[in-house]
Structures are given as C-alpha cells and as structure tokens.
Design a protein around this ligand. Sequence first.
Ligand code: DC
Length: 226
Amino acid sequence: MNINIAIDGYSSCGKGTLAKALAKELQYRFIDSGAMYRGVTLAALRKGLNFSMSEDLIGILEEIHLDFETKADGSNGLLLNGEWVEEEIRLPNVAAHVSWVASIPQVREQLVSQQQSIGASKGVVMDGRDIGTVVFPQAELKIFMTARPEIRAQRRFQESQQKGIEVSYEEVLANLQERDRIDSSRDHSPLTLTDDYRVLDNSDLTPDEQLALALSWVQEAKASIR
Ligand code: DC
C-alpha cells in the first residue's frame, strides 16, 4: 500500500536529496514544491513585475502553468508553460524574491490545490515548508529536516560554485538566514514543527544514513496503518 510522505524544513537542509532518494527507492513520485514557488517567481521576473505590488502578481497567476517532467536521462524538473526552467529557477535573482512570492495567500492557495491533486492517489514524496501541516495534514509520514546554518550555507555555496554562479559564502548565508526568518514568521502557512513530525538533523549524517533512517520510518508508518 502506498503512502504520502511530507518532508518539511528550512532551505538547504537536503530535503530534496532525501526526497528524491526515497522516491527512487519506493518508486514514488517526487514533487519539489519549492520549485513551484520559484516557477511563479520566475514568471513574475520575466514580466518585469513590481515586487511590492501583490495585485500584479495575482493578476498573472492564471497565465502560469506549472508541470514536472522527467527527461530521458532520469532528471526531473519544472516546466513553466511547457518550457524547462529547472536551472533558471535556481538563480540568485529568483532566490532573492521567492520568499516574498511564497508569502502571498492567493499564490499559496493555487499551488496548494495543485499539490493536493497530485497527492490524491498516494505514492508521493513532496518536500517544502507546509506539506505536513497544510498540503497533506493526513500524510502517513512527516519528516522535519534540519541542519546547522553554517553547514547548510556551505552546501549551497558549493552547489553554486559547481554551477558557475558567482556568489560569496557570506551572501549565501545571509540569503539563507533571511529566508528562514521569512519562511517561519510569515502569517500564511509558516514553517512549523508540530509533534507529529519525525525530526531528522542531518548535520552529521551521510545521504545513505539519512535514507536508511527514513526508510525505517516508512516501514513503521506502513505497519501502523495496516
Ligand atoms: O525549498 P526552496 O528553497 O526551493 O523553496 C523556495 C521558497 O519557496 C522558499 O523561500 C520557501 C518557499 N516555499 C514555501 O513557502 N512553501 C513550500 N511548500 C515550499 C517552498
């Protein structure tokens, strides 16, 4: 029997890495909900919208169609109105505006309802900030990921360097801390740790160790609903 797995936590905690590995192992569908908020942000940037005017953004929501595609080489990414934008949504300009976009209630309502329909048939691993609290409050397994801020900043800094994105470690750390602050203090669906989550602090764990731990939780979750 398939279950839904919600993975929430701060940015750059390795949620995506674990979610992808779990989805592969369990043959579930992986959905990166943050990519959807980034997709809306990219659409707004391309339109040259004024980011202090939420009305403008709400006005273009119906022109934005988001989807996920798995390429022949197995890589999975976001399509914005049919165009592959998986790399572009990771650029610093999108990162700098996405928390603001994600704090607009109408944006969240629209994306949450899309996410809920994706998860309706179960067998989904979705990572984000509000997956276990708002999108799938009934998820059979909820994981809250965390890691020390300097470790998270170092990981994202290395990723940026590998991709040739010019940004300093200090800028990465500052962006990450600012996003943590906005993500957990916004009025609408803030990142919140409730007591039905399993907490996974991966500061000192390898990806394989995290996967093994999460798979043991999957077994427990499945056993408890039988
Ligand atoms: O996980 P990420 O860094 O790609 O997320 C990008 C932004 O989107 C981040 O600022 C938080 C926001 N987000 C959100 O509010 N709710 C989600 N379910 C996923 C991401």
